[in-house]
Design a protein around this ligand. Sequence first.
Ligand code: FE2
Length: 171
Amino acid sequence: MNVSEIAEQMIIYANGNLHDIAHFLKVYAYAKIIGECEGLSEEEQKIVETAALVHDIACPLCREKYGNTDGRHQEAEGVILAEKFLTEKDLSAEILNRVVYLVGHHHTYTDVDGLDYQILLEADYLVNADESCYSKDNISNAKKKILKRRQESHCFSQFTVFHRNWTRQTL
Ligand SMILES: [Fe+2]
């Protein structure tokens, strides 16, 4: 299956939860853009895009089972659900295993062992920062923490612009 077909399957899987659908599509868009601008290989690009689509697959289950979407629970439950969801999607074992690994670590900011991993963290963070109106300090701290393997992120920079404009508008 190509990434768009996986996206379509994921939209069906979300079963009408428009918030979740909008969230993973935004993370996917950032991941696709950042990955292509960083020159990822075809395989890495497929990994990062697929991981972006399925990274929050355990959110509905966690809300029901634990009453929240705590990162640790999400990672543990996400590994099982992502593997099940991605089986029979005609992915190579390498791609499937790496995507499942990334889902199982998407709230872990230590031992980031690849650009695909870092891009997923960055894309998810950018969408969360927008959806939850993170503070300027939170964004600049995250930028330092996440962007260890890259010089600069144009996507991240836009959040600084946003904060500058927002401050101007509220003066
Ligand atoms: Fe997310």
